[in-house]
Design a protein around this ligand. Structure first.
Ligand SMILES: [Zn+2]
Length: 137
């Protein structure tokens, strides 16, 4: 799949930093890196800017996302979930297995990833949800 085809499919948005970039600054990111038996097939590719593609190197998707979150960055989890779901149906077994494993790991990361998950926000929301009906009763 060409970079242009990829941009048409996914948009000109980097999955790692979420920035919209010019075509010349975009690359076809291998979700399962080539060094780890990933192929240049449509389901193994996602759009990433040059800077992020270089910075991620061959880190597994979930490990890189965790590192990004620890740095306070906001990867496009929606795009990554879509991409990994697509990849989990890959005809290539290493790719399909990799995608399923990364999805499971990302899902485990998910609770702290909610947009409103700043300090204190989530516990408060949960308290409100559980206390609401009780307060009415
Ligand atoms: Zn980027």
């Amino acid at each position: 799949m060409t970079l242009d085809g990829l941009i048409t499919r996914d948009g000109a948005i980097c999955v790692w930093c979420g920035r919209e970039a010019w075509r010349r600054d975009l690359t076809a990111e291998h979700l399962l890196p080539r060094a780890r038996r990933g192929h240049r097939t449509a389901e193994n590719l996602a759009v990433a800017c040059r800077t992020c593609n270089k910075r991620r190197r061959t880190k597994p998707v979930a490990a890189y996302v965790r590192a990004q979150l620890e740095r306070g960055e906001q990867p496009r989890l929606d795009l990554l979930f879509d991409a990994l779901e697509r990849m989990s149906a890959s005809a290539s077994r290493p790719q399909a297995e990799y995608a399923r494993r990364q999805l499971a790991l990302l899902e485990r990361l998910s609770p702290p990833l909610e947009p409103a998950a700043q300090d204190g926000a989530r516990p408060r929301a949960r308290t409100l949800r559980t206390n609401g009906p009780l307060a009415l009763a």
